[in-house]
Design a protein around this ligand. Structure first.
Ligand code: BES
Ligand code: MN
Ligand code: ZN
Length: 497
């Protein structure tokens, strides 16, 4: 789909969008359309109980004397309360309404908001961003699709009086959207398509953007002593990989990097502690943490962020087989610490233990943030609205919470303590990979913390936010790409030259 920004003001598209504020206050463009249609817009507002509330939409068939199919009248609510996220949501709502309308082209008349906290250029750019994110569909495996369900919109013309500024602003958002969409694609691809090897190859493609990609083999990981990560993949026919991405965007080559670490379990059967069959297909999404890392690296490189960043993802498949690890096995991690594997389904922490240790050891980063679809327990605690964060550093948490609000990828800090830490002590090894019956997402985080020294660190449990069965304003049902925008915003606000 092509999104452009133009200055012309006469719609020549299939669908045309105009805005109305609270209390039926017509924008200039809405007033113009009202005039050329002899009051059709005003009439429709009266008939349709339309007050211009945020997100309210009425759809009019255009009169025959106009060269367009339909007019969408879209409520923006109170002008003063418009911000970037709300604007993205409006873009998404428009796209959701028109995506399969049969119309191919869409024009949107943007008037410079007079009282809003957002400039005309910002409004136009973020509208385009929301439109692109909501237009995303993963339909490559349909060999036939009903005409009425096929996405039809291919061109969007955002008409605004604003400057060259808009294009520059959108360009950057568009690069972030590239990262979000890559993450969604990776998460949605099934386990027979994205497995450690193919996934690593896919990540390799990021070298086109100037990212250096290293792929570690099982032999190399063996050499490094990554017995914890390797134990997870040992039941699978697929070779495990650790992939390291380097983006050196800072002016200063010696600037310590920020580091992102992702759980990339390309399919999680549970292993010998096999999961129940119902719904197991969802476990293709168990590489969502790694997808967020890969997407964020793509976004940073795409928009040429002035930061040194490292992305590390542990790619493994958790399968039951005669070579799989057993409950009760003891494995030795790269840190030297030993782990009693009580439950082979608590595999994400085994992968992250070595990935985290390796990252802090090799890169001495400014901070480390790991993302993982780690526990069902976090969904019980926070539902699908917030990801859980666990940390040893207040400042990093505050920055992350703020970034989350800015991009509407919310995080909620969860507690950690010595008492919780004790719950992962084992009777025969340094620790075990499950805690007690309660606080499952916290004991998982305590386990991870044993692989983090003094470096500021946050663990983000995205089990509840990586996938949604219902659409949101900016995403169709399915993979959300959660985390990409969050990490990008964190970097943008705090860690660029
Ligand atoms: N990938 C799962 C976590 C998960 C479960 C994410 C359901 C999304 C939905 C993880 O590997 C896992 O199986 N965790 C177990 C841990 C338990 C065995 C201690 C869980 O949460 O049940
Ligand atoms: Mn599991
Ligand atoms: Zn898992």
């Amino acid at each position: 789909m092509n999104i452009k920004f133009s200055k012309k003001s006469l719609p020549t598209s299939d669908s045309h969008v105009v805005f109305v504020y609270s209390d039926k206050e017509l924008s200039d463009s809405a007033a113009k359309i009202d005039k050329v249609t002899d009051g059709l817009v005003s009439r429709a507002m009266d008939v349709g109980h339309f007050e211009g509330k945020f997100g309210q939409i009425i759809e009019l068939v255009a009169p025959v004397n106009l060269d367009i199919n339909r007019v969408l009248v879209v409520g923006l609510g109170k002008e003063a309360s418009l911000d970037q996220v709300k604007t993205q949501k409006i873009g998404g709502k428009i796209m959701a309404r028109l995506i399969a309308s049969g119309d191919e082209t869409l024009s949107i008349a943007v008037d410079v908001p007079k009282k809003a906290n957002i400039s005309g250029a910002e409004f136009a750019a973020h509208l385009g961003y929301g439109i692109r994110l909501r237009r995303y569909r993963f339909d490559k495996y349909f060999t036939k699709q009903e005409e009425s369900k096929k996405p039809s919109v291919i061109g969007v013309d955002i008409m605004c009086t604003a400057s060259a500024n808009v294009k520059k602003m959108f360009e950057e958002l568009d690069r972030i959207a590239d990262g979000v969409i890559l993450a969604r694609d990776l998460v949605t691809e099934p386990g027979n398509v994205i497995y450690p090897e193919s996934y690593a190859e896919k990540i390799k493609e990021l070298s086109d953007l100037g990212i250096d990609v290293e792929i570690l083999t099982e032999d190399e990981m063996e050499e490094l002593g990554m017995g914890s990560l390797l134990s997870v993949g040992q039941g699978s026919a697929c070779e495990s990989h650790l992939v390291v991405m380097h983006w050196n965007g800072s002016e200063n080559d010696d600037e310590p990097p920020v580091a992102f670490v992702g759980k990339g379990v390309t399919f999680d059967t549970g292993g010998i502690s096999l999961k129940p069959g119902a719904g197991m297909e969802d476990m293709k999404f168990d590489m969502g943490g790694s997808a967020a890392v890969v997407g964020a690296m793509k976004a940073l490189a795409g928009r040429n962020a002035k930061v040194n960043a490292i992305g590390v993802v542990g790619l493994v498949e958790n399968m039951p087989s005669s070579t799989a690890q057993r409950p009760g096995d003891v494995v030795t991690s790269m840190s030297g610490q030993t782990i009693e594997v009580i439950n082979t389904d608590a595999e994400g922490r085994l992968v992250l233990a070595d990935a985290l240790w390796y990252t802090q050891d090799r890169f001495k980063p400014k901070f480390m943030i790991d993302l993982a679809t780690l526990t069902g327990a976090i969904m019980v605690a926070l539902g699908q609205e917030y990801a859980g964060i666990f940390s040893n550093n207040d400042e990093l948490c505050e920055n992350l919470i703020r970034a989350g609000k800015d991009v509407d990828e919310l995080v909620w800090r969860m507690p950690m303590s010595k008492g919780f830490d004790k719950l992962v002590d084992s009777k025969i090894a340094d620790m075990k990979n499950v805690g007690g019956k309660y606080g499952g997402s916290i004991t998982a985080a305590q386990f991870l913390q044993r692989y983090v020294n003094d470096v500021p660190w946050v663990h983000i449990d995205i089990a509840g936010t990586a996938w949604r069965t219902e659409a949101s304003d900016i995403a169709a049902p399915g993979a959300t790409g959660y985390g990409v925008r969050l990490l990008d915003q964190l970097v943008r606000d705090n860690y660029e030259d």
